[in-house]
Design a binder for this molecule. Structure first.
Ligand SMILES: Cc1cc2nc3c(=O)[nH]c(=O)nc-3n(C[C@H](O)[C@H](O)[C@H](O)COP(=O)(O)OP(=O)(O)OC[C@H]3O[C@@H](n4cnc5c(N)ncnc54)[C@H](O)[C@@H]3O)c2cc1C
Length: 535
C-alpha cells in the first residue's frame, strides 16, 4: 500500500556555520541588481559572510526598474525571515502582507466534481487525514466510487474556504505551514533598508560593461559614469537580462518553451473587499490563467498567457472582462517572460540568482523559493571551503534538479487539463514533450501502481513532495470515468467523510478571520524594529 509523506525537506534554512572557513580568495562580493533577488541575496549573504569580514556591495541601476510583480510565496519565505531574525510584526505591515494557506485552481478541469481544487500547504494535522486521502485516491484509481477530491481532507483548504488565517490559537497543538502574499515593490524596499542597516554597501549605478580577466573570470564591472568596480565574486541579480551570467559569461540557456507555453503577462490591481481571503486563486482563461492575490490594501491580478496563441490586446481585454474592468481607466502593465534556466547557475566566479538564472512561470509562486534555495546551497558550499570545479558541478546539478522537478509539476497542471474550448488548451493536453520521469509517473498512476518511488527517486521529488502530486492528480480528476466506477468494497469504503469533515470543522474553530488577525498584529515602525534588532 503506497503512502504519501508530507515533507520531503526540512523547513528551516541551513544555519551559518561558525567554524566555517570561507576561502581567502573571496574578500569582496558584488551583487548587481536590486530587485527581490538582489536584496534577498544581500540579506542571506550578509548573514553568512559579513561576520567573516567579507565586504558586500549591491549595485542597482537607476534606469532599469525591477519587475515589480511576484506577490505570492511558498512556506519557505517564513524560514527566510525567521532565520534573519525579522518578525512578522515588522515586515508584514511594511509590505501589506497577508497569510496564504495555498492556491485554488479554478476551471482547469471540466470533469464534473473536479472543476476546482485546492493545493494546500501542509500541516501536522494533515497526518490525521493523509492516510484516508491516499486510501480513497488509490481506491478510486482502482475503480471504486469513493470520495477522493483533495479539498475535504486538508485543514488548509478548510481555512482558505472560510477566509481564516493559518495561525492557530495558542492552545492548538499542531503546527500549520503557511506562505504569504505581499507587495513586491515594498518587499524590495524593506529588504534594502535592512541590508544597508546590517552593513551591506549600496551604490546606485548602471553597469554598462563586464570585464573578464585572462582566464575568463569576471574581474570588474564598469558603470556608465566610468567607474570600475572590482570584486572577487559577483552575483548576477539583473533579472531577465542576465547581464553577467548570460551576456558576459555566455552560459547556455535551456528553454522550457516546448512544454511550458506561457511567455507573457498582463497585470492590474482591484480593490480589496471587507473580508481578506487567505488563498491565491488561479483561474484558467482562454489562453492561460489569471491570478488573484489578496494584499491588505488591494488585490493583485494578472493574466499569464502564451503570445503564440493570443495578442497582448486580447489578453488585456479578457482580463478586464474577467475582473469587471472593461470600461475602467485602471492601467494595465504588460510583461514578457523568458521561461527556462541557465545550465550553470554558478559559473566561474559568478552566481546567478533570481530571473537571471531562470524562471518557471508563476503558477505555483516558486520563484522566491528558488532564490532562497540557490543562495542557501551556495552558502553551504562556501562554508565548506569548496569553490572548485567539482563543487560547482555538484552545486549546479542540485539546483538544476530543483528546477526540473518543479517544472514537471507545473507541466502537470497543463498536461492533465481536459478543456477543449481553445487551441491553447488542446495543444497543452496533447503536448508530448514530457520528461521521462513525468511520463513514468503518469504511467504508474494510470495503471494503479504507486507513484511514490517515482517521486522520491527521481527529480520529481526535488520539486514537490508526494502529497502535492497526489493533490494535483486527484484534484484534476485523473480517475476512471464516473460511469465505469463500481460500488466500493467494505475495505475501500472504510473511512467516513463525515468524520473527516467534523475533525476539520472543529479544528477550524481555533483559527481567526485573516482580516481580524492582521488588524491585531502589533505594528512597529522600521525605526523601532531596527532598534530592537541592534539591541
Ligand atoms: C508575471 C509574473 C508573476 C510572478 N509572480 C511571482 C509570484 O507570485 N511569486 C514568486 O515568488 N515570484 C513571482 N514572479 C517572479 C518574481 O517576480 C521574481 O523572481 C523576483 O521579483 C526576482 O526578480 P529579480 O530580482 O531577479 O529581477 P528584477 O526585479 O527584474 O530586478 C532586476 C534588477 O537588476 C537591476 N539591473 C538590471 N540591469 C542592470 C544594469 N545594467 N546595471 C545595474 N543594475 C541593473 C535593475 O535595476 C533591478 O534592480 C513573477 C514573475 C512574473 C514575470
Amino acid at each position: 500500500m503506497p503512502t504519501a509523506t508530507l515533507f520531503n525537506y526540512t523547513f528551516s534554512l541551513t544555519q551559518p556555520n561558525p567554524d566555517a572557513h570561507v576561502p581567502a580568495t573571496i574578500r569582496k562580493l558584488v551583487i548587481v541588481g536590486g530587485g527581490s533577488a538582489g536584496w534577498m541575496a544581500a540579506m542571506m549573504l550578509a548573514d553568512a559572510l559579513l561576520p567573516k569580514g567579507i565586504e558586500i556591495e549591491v549595485l542597482e541601476s537607476p534606469v532599469v526598474g525591477i519587475i515589480g510583480v511576484g506577490e505570492g510565496s511558498t512556506p519557505w519565505l517564513r524560514g527566510f525571515f525567521d532565520k534573519l531574525g525579522i518578525e512578522e510584526a515588522e515586515w508584514m505591515p511594511a509590505c501589506n502582507a497577508t497569510y496564504k494557506c495555498g492556491i485554488t485552481f479554478d476551471r482547469w478541469s471540466t470533469k464534473p466534481g473536479f472543476e476546482s481544487y485546492f493545493h494546500p500547504f501542509a500541516s501536522m494535522l494533515d497526518n490525521l487525514t493523509m492516510t484516508q486521502f491516499v486510501h480513497n485516491v488509490n481506491a478510486r484509481v482502482a475503480g471504486a466510487d469513493v470520495h477522493a477530491h483533495p479539498n475535504r481532507f486538508f485543514i488548509a483548504s478548510t481555512l482558505a474556504d472560510q477566509n481564516l488565517a493559518p495561525k492557530p490559537n495558542r492552545n492548538f497543538p499542531f503546527d500549520v505551514w503557511y506562505g504569504y502574499h505581499f507587495d513586491a515593490v515594498l518587499l524590495g524596499q524593506f529588504l534594502q533598508k535592512k541590508a544597508i542597516a546590517r552593513g551591506v554597501k549600496y551604490t546606485s549605478c548602471h553597469v554598462k560593461e563586464v570585464r573578464q580577466d585572462e582566464r575568463g573570470d569576471i574581474a570588474a564591472v564598469v558603470t556608465d559614469s566610468g567607474e570600475t568596480i572590482a570584486a572577487d565574486f559577483f552575483v548576477d541579480c539583473t533579472g531577465f537580462a542576465g547581464l553577467l551570467i548570460q551576456q558576459a559569461l555566455k552560459t547556455p540557456f535551456v528553454s522550457y518553451s516546448s512544454n511550458l507555453f506561457n511567455d507573457a503577462a498582463v497585470a492590474m490591481p482591484t480593490p480589496i473587499g471587507d473580508d481578506i481571503p487567505s488563498q491565491t486563486v488561479s483561474t484558467a482563461m482562454r489562453h492561460g490563467w489569471s491570478w488573484k492575490i489578496p494584499l491588505t490594501e488591494r488585490f493583485g491580478n494578472g493574466y499569464v498567457y502564451s503570445s503564440a496563441f493570443c495578442s497582448a490586446d486580447e489578453a488585456e481585454r479578457e482580463l478586464r472582462e474577467h475582473l469587471g474592468l472593461l470600461d475602467s481607466p485602471t492601467p494595465a502593465r504588460h510583461l514578457k517572460m523568458k521561461i527556462g534556466r541557465v545550465t550553470k547557475h554558478w559559473h566561474r566566479n559568478c552566481l546567478a540568482v533570481g530571473l537571471s538564472q531562470g524562471f518557471i512561470e508563476p503558477l505555483e509562486a516558486t520563484a522566491l523559493l528558488f532564490i532562497q534555495h540557490t543562495l542557501s546551497n551556495f552558502v553551504e558550499f562556501v562554508e565548506a571551503g569548496d569553490l572548485g570545479e567539482t563543487a560547482q558541478d555538484r552545486y549546479n546539478q542540485r539546483v538544476n534538479e530543483h528546477f526540473e522537478g518543479t517544472r514537471d509539476y507545473i507541466v502537470t497542471h497543463y498536461k492533465t487539463n481536459n478543456r477543449t474550448d481553445t487551441e491553447y488548451w488542446r495543444a497543452n493536453a496533447s503536448n508530448a514533450n514530457l520528461s521521462e520521469p513525468l511520463q513514468e509517473l503518469f504511467r504508474m498512476w494510470l495503471s494503479g501502481r504507486s507513484i511514490v518511488p517515482e517521486v522520491t527517486k527521481q527529480t520529481l521529488g526535488r520539486g514537490y513532495p508526494v502529497f502535492s502530486w497526489y493533490c494535483i492528480l486527484a484534484g484534476m480528476g485523473i480517475f476512471p470515468d464516473p460511469e465505469s466506477l463500481r460500488a466500493p468494497t467494505k475495505k475501500e469504503a472504510r473511512y467516513k467523510m463525515s468524520e473527516i469533515d467534523n475533525l476539520l470543522q472543529r479544528s477550524a474553530l481555533n483559527f481567526r478571520k485573516q482580516k481580524e488577525l492582521l488588524a491585531d498584529i502589533p505594528r512597529k515602525t522600521p525605526e523601532e524594529a531596527l532598534q530592537i534588532y541592534f539591541w
